[in-house]
Design a protein. Structure first.
Length: 304
């Protein structure tokens, strides 16, 4: 069996080639000077690390290499690694805060097709394996297929599900699910929502309504909005986070489809520009293809 670190490393191989691969080739050939640093900055920006993070990283390399008297250009990679860990290491709230009132409710949001339903299946499996009592609320009532999809995941992970007919009001399903979560004393309720373009204001209003209804149905619950971002998205991820945060808040990100993409640098851009913590990363379509995010492990996998 492949261990978790090897799996993460294999998943990040295209992103690694896009960042470490290109930088390694460059520093192998050139001396350390301003021109080299500019080219490294360009590589970082092209790899979706974001302009702000790229600028900060280059400034730090310049500063630290001066301080440490670094003259060999390949030593900049070590500094880069340290600084990326620094950017990614902002501590956010724990997934299950000790003092959080039960039930914990995660409102899973995101644009179309990012992997919300799949991630709920993976999370349900993961939490059930930790002996938590899990409930799923199928609030994506747009498509019958979506309800069936979440039901299949629920069966696989042997957790209960609250569902309604296709076309039902998603907020009413959310209400029923939140009420049931409270009555059944579950540890965590995962609410699946329909994918929606963050630029469509009526759909964002619907999401706000779901949030309001949940707060009302389970006033004592601890409600967290978790936003799913597709790792292939590139810089558009930043505006998705901003708009969803304005609508319903964002207490954590889950970045999916990091397997295969070369754009995984976006994780760094999101941390630097928005400071939102990453809770999990999705590394494939299977039920086990989800890992808790750890900044040091992530950077280690990206750089070795
Ligand atoms: N490679 C890969 N595929 C994934 C991952 N997560 C989800 N997918 C795939 O992405 C596709 C969409 O996943 P869904 O879970 O249906 O996405 P969704 O956000 O619920 O979609 P809508 O409800 O239509 O908005 C499916 O084919 C999944 O198997 C991942 O981490 N890696
Ligand atoms: Mg879905």
């Amino acid at each position: 069996m492949v261990n978790a670190f090897d799996k993460l490393k294999a998943s990040l191989s295209n992103t690694r080639a896009n960042i470490l691969g290109k930088i390694s080739r460059l520093v192998g050939l050139r001396k350390l000077d301003d021109r080299l640093l500019e080219e490294i900055e360009e590589i970082l920006i092209e790899a979706d690390v974001g302009v702000r993070a790229a600028t900060r990283l280059i400034d730090k390399i310049r500063e630290k290499s001066k301080q440490r008297g670094v003259t060999e250009s390949n030593e900049v990679i070590g500094i880069l690694k340290e600084e990326i860990i620094e950017i990614l290491s902002r501590e956010g709230p724990a997934l299950f805060p000790d003092n959080a009132a039960k039930p914990i409710i995660w409102l899973i949001t995101g644009v179309n097709g990012v992997g919300k339903t799949t991630t709920i299946g993976k999370l349900a499996t993961c939490f059930a394996a930790e002996q938590k009592k899990v409930l799923i609320g199928a609030c994506d009532t747009f498509r019958a297929a979506a309800i069936d999809q979440v039901e299949i995941w629920a069966e696989r992970s042997r957790v209960d599900i609250i569902r309604a007919q296709e076309g039902a009001d998603p907020a009413s399903v959310a209400f029923d699910a939140a009420t049931a979560a409270q009555a059944r004393k579950v540890d965590i309720l995962l609410l699946d929502t329909a994918g929606r373009l963050h630029t469509k204001s009526n759909l964002m209003e619907e999401l706000k309504k779901i949030r309001r209804v949940v707060d009302k149905a389970a006033p004592e619950a601890s409600v967290f909005a978790k936003l799913i971002i597709d790792g292939n998205t590139g810089q558009n991820a930043l505006s998705q986070v901003k708009v969803f945060t304005e609508a319903v808040g964002c207490d954590g990100l889950i970045i999916t489809k990091l397997d295969g993409t070369a754009k995984g640098g976006v994780v760094i851009a999101l941390a630097e520009e928005l400071g939102t913590q990453v809770d999990f990363v999705g590394l494939g379509e299977g039920i086990d293809d989800l890992q808790k995010f750890d900044s040091k492990t992530f950077v280690e996998a990206l750089f070795t």
